[in-house]
Structure formats: structure tokens, C-alpha cells
Design a protein around this ligand. Structure first.
Ligand SMILES: Cc1ncc(COP(=O)(O)O)c(C=O)c1O
Length: 478
């Protein structure tokens, strides 16, 4: 199938994108191949992008024509580049594109892959199986009516509302819309409130699929850097004032990927700024239950700017991603607009899973306590393994969430992702968390897998990293 043209990249832009592609000043076809592959995987050269002529590229990056041809030939073999005589070359979608480390890992394992470290998604705990059994017993009695409920089952909305109330945010069940996950909720919000070309403020780094959703509706991402792993509220205020974004997408409760938690004082100040600048915040609370600290949690951000927030939640991390259920909480009128808008997409969420989630929420405190204890052990296990195998890597111990945002000391993440892949570990390319730039000195390491897998993964990643160090490349700091 032909891939539609996605624009052209000139030799000069390509050279800029490639940056320091030849480690230690030793250019090789292999190094150029890896660098180009990385750019494709990180989405910086989207499928369909036309490439500059080989001769021009060679001249611009100071390499021989043969070297460039060698690198492109390999990319062609792998399906990353396609060419036609007279039409030049363009970026292709490799047959296993689904299986790339950078597509978020939503694809079946590839040959030789045994550890998926690209996602922070725990397997279902026993509570989910127990809830399924309980619901199965009573389900036949629920088989009445047509089963379509675009806003979601009343009893589930009531339980979601009650959870908000327990956290200090009084909520009417009619302010709740049940969705097929937090990502779906965010997509519904974007579809309802945003026009192409409008701006959306995002933390930088941010959750990659949220960024994809923003790009998908042709809105303009407005990144605000996290400074030393925390929010710079002054900078957020200034961006709200100057950038006038229509929406802000924020993950204040165990931010993905840094794991940071926004303080109550920061929430208050930000809530105030949202009201003043009339920007609506979509507050993603997907990770709120993965609280690994012993501190009293701050109130929900919505408690500080009720009319200017849409809160998005999910069953995925608290219980299981396979339920594919989430919710959003918003002012009544907005919920009704989204219920109507939803008719164009999916007409509602599955009834059986909603009953399972309602059942799980009924006993949520106990399940959550066990889940947090399990995740805390895994986090500590990952930290111990890293201190043993990669003592120079640094990170802030997250107060919650499911991943470490590691500083690996130099700009080699892309090559490390590729080397780990060869050892059967799929990592998320850190470029996916970036609105611009690449976070080449970072790696997100999830601690959602059982301990033995975590240790095995760290050993293999360290081995992969060692192979780069052996070639002298990892000490380059650029
Ligand atoms: C911050 C954040 N938002 C949303 C999601 C996706 O949630 P869901 O599975 O409910 O669509 C994730 C999953 O990792 C996440 O980390």
C-alpha cells in the first residue's frame, strides 16, 4: 500500500535532526543506520517523509556517499525506507512497525522479545477475578432492557462520585461519564472542546498517548518544562497568560513519567491561574491510587478550580487495564454535551465490565492497600537492581506512579533502546515523552512487572549499556 506523502526533509534539516550521529567521530554506515532508525521510531521522521538525495545528505553530514548508501540499504531491507526509481526515497512503515519499541508497546511480542518494559501496566490482581465471579452469578438477572447507557451505569457513576467525595470533592453522579478508559475520556474532551489550531498546554515530558491525541486533532501542543522533576508554577502561570491555551492537560497525581506529586499549595495557585486565564484543565488522575508515600494526599486539583477542570480517571492502574474503563467528571452541561457527542463514536461502555468495576469500587480500599504494597516492593526491587548494575544512573525516588524517570548520564538512550531490544527487552524510546527534542539522556523504567522480571530486565539493560560503553560511546556528553 502506498503511504501518503507526509512532507519533505531537506539535507540541512536532516543533518540537524541527526545531530551527533557518529559517536567519538567514527562515522560508519551502522551508526548512521541506527541514528536514522531512531528518528523514525521516535516519530521525528513520520512515514511518507521524502528524504533528500543521498549525495546531498552525504555532503551535509560530512560522510561518504557509500556510507549513506549502506545505511539506507539496511533501512530499506528492514522496511524503514522505501524507494522507487525516479521518485526518490521516503520513510516507510516497516512490516513490524506495530512491534517497534517506540509505538508504545501495544503490539504482540516480537521474536526473541521476552520483557516488555515499554509499558507500565500491571497484570490483573486476584480481586478482579473474584469480582468477575461475583458479577457472573448475578448477571442473568441484569439482562433486561437494551443495555445501551451512553453515560454509564447509574450504580457505577454513584460509586465513582462517592470516591471523589471521599477525597473532598462533592460530586453528583450526573457529573460523571463512564468511558472506555482515561485515554478515551481525553479524546472525547478534545473532540468536544477543541478546534484545529488551538493550543493545548502540556507538561514536558508528558504522557505520550495524550500528546498523540492532541496532535491527532491538529491542535498545537504548548510544552511547559518540568524543572528538576517538578512543576514550575510561575512558568505555568506565564504560559497560561501568554499562550492563552484553550486546554491544559495535566497529570498532578504521580505524573507520568516522573512520578511527581503536585503539592496542595501548587494546586491552589494553579487553580487560581486557570480561573483567571479561563483555561480549562484536563486533570488526568489515572495514577492517583498508586500512592507509595505515607503522607496525606493533597485534595484533587478540581477542588481548587471546580468550573475550570475536567477530571479524568481510570480503572487501568487501580485494577486492570483490560477492563478498558475510565470516567470523566465535569460540570453537568459539559457532561451532557459529551454524552451527545459520544453517539458519533461508540454509544456507551460494556455493561458487564461496568458491573465488575462497580463491584471492585465497593471494596476499593482493601484492594488499593494491597496493590500499593505490591507496587512499593516492585519499585524498591527496581531501585536496588539499578543501584547494583547501574550505580551512576540517577533518579528522584517517585512518591507514586509506576515508573522511574532515569538520568542515564549521557545522550545515548536511542542506541540503548536498540541494544536492549536485541537482548529481548522492549523499552519506550524517551523521545515519545517529548513535545520537542528527544530526552536522549533519559530512560523511563516501569516497575509494574514482578520482581524476577524486573531484575532480569535491569541485568539485560545494563549489559546492553555496557556494550555501548565498551565501544567508548557512552561517555560522550553533548
Ligand atoms: C497518565 C496516563 N493517562 C492515561 C493512561 C491510559 O489510561 P487508560 O488505560 O484508562 O486509557 C495512562 C496509561 O498508562 C497513563 O499513564
Amino acid at each position: 500500500m502506498e503511504i501518503p506523502e507526509a512532507g519533505r526533509v531537506g539535507a540541512e534539516s536532516m543533518a540537524r535532526l541527526l545531530g551527533n550521529w557518529s559517536p567519538a567521530g567514527r562515522p560508519s554506515a551502522e551508526a548512521l543506520h541506527s541514528a536514522l532508525r531512531r528518528l523514525v521510531l521516535a516519530g521525528q521522521l513520520p512515514p511518507g517523509t521524502r528524504l533528500p538525495p543521498e549525495r546531498e545528505l552525504a555532503r551535509r553530514i560530512g560522510a561518504s556517499r557509500n556510507l549513506v548508501t549502506g545505511a539506507l540499504d539496511r533501512l530499506r531491507e528492514q522496511g524503514f525506507v522505501r524507494s522507487r526509481r525516479g521518485a526518490g526515497s521516503w520513510i516507510g512503515l516497516p512490516p513490524t512497525a506495530g512491534g517497534t519499541a517506540d509505538s508504545g508497546g501495544w503490539y504482540p511480542p516480537r521474536e526473541g522479545e521476552s520483557i516488555n518494559f515499554a509499558q507500565a501496566t500491571p497484570a490483573a490482581p486476584t480481586e478482579v477475578f473474584e469480582a468477575v465471579e461475583r458479577v457472573s452469578e448475578e448477571f442473568p438477572a441484569r439482562f433486561h432492557g437494551h443495555g445501551y447507557q451512553p453515560q454509564g451505569l447509574t450504580e457505577l457513576r454513584e460509586r465513582v462520585a462517592r470516591r471523589f467525595e471521599e477525597r473532598g470533592l462533592p460530586t453528583d453522579p450526573d457529573q460523571v461519564l463512564i468511558t472506555n478508559g482515561a485515554q478515551h475520556a481525553f479524546a472525547l474532551v478534545l473532540r468536544t472542546l477543541l478546534m484545529p489550531g488551538q493550543r493545548v498546554l502540556l507538561e514536558h515530558p508528558t504522557y505520550p498517548n495524550a500528546l498523540e491525541a492532541v496532535r491527532g486533532v491538529r491542535a498545537l501542543p504548548l510544552p511547559v518544562p518540568m524543572v528538576e522533576g517538578r512543576w514550575d508554577v510561575e512558568l505555568l502561570e506565564a504560559t497560561l497568560a501568554q499562550g492563552a491555551p484553550r486546554l491544559a492537560y495535566l497529570v498532578p497525581d504521580f505524573h507520568n513519567p516522573t512520578g511527581a506529586l503536585m503539592s496542595a499549595a501548587e494546586r491552589e495557585r494553579l487553580g487560581d491561574a486557570l480561573r483567571r486565564h479561563r483555561t480549562t484543565a484536563v486533570v488526568d488522575e489515572t495514577l492517583v491510587d498508586i500512592d507509595l508515600s505515607d503522607e496525606e494526599p493533597p485534595p484533587p486539583l478540581a477542588a481548587f478550580a471546580e468550573s475550570r477542570t475536567i477530571t479524568v480517571g481510570s480503572a487501568s492502574k487501580s485494577f486492570w487495564g483490560g477492563l478498558r474503563l475510565g470516567w470523566l467528571r465535569a460540570p453537568h452541561e459539559l457532561v451532557q454535551r459529551m454524552v451527545l457527542g459520544r453517539a458519533a463514536i461508540d454509544l456507551g461502555s460494556p455493561v458487564f465490565e461496568q458491573l465488575v468495576l462497580a463491584e471492585l469500587l465497593e471494596h476499593a480500599d482493601e484492594a488499593s492497600r494491597r496493590n500499593r504494597a505490591r507496587i512499593r516492593c516492585r519499585r524498591d526491587c527496581l531501585v536496588t537492581a539499578l543501584r547494583e548494575h547501574r550505580p551512576r544512573w540517577t533518579f528522584t525516588l517517585p512518591e507514586g506512579g509506576l515508573s522511574l524517570w532515569c538520568h542515564i548520564g549521557s545522550r545515548r538512550a536511542g542506541r540503548l533502546v536498540a541494544a536492549a531490544e536485541q537482548r529481548g527487552v522492549r523499552l519506550a524510546s524517551p523521545g515519545r515523552f517529548a513535545v520537542e527534542g528527544d530526552f536522549e539522556d533519559r530512560l523511563r523504567l516501569p516497575y509494574s512487572l514482578p520482581e524476577d522480571r524486573l531484575r532480569q530486565a535491569v541485568r539485560r539493560i545494563a549489559e546492553a549499556d555496557g556494550s555501548l560503553t565498551d565501544s567508548g560511546a557512552s561517555d560522550l556528553v553533548t
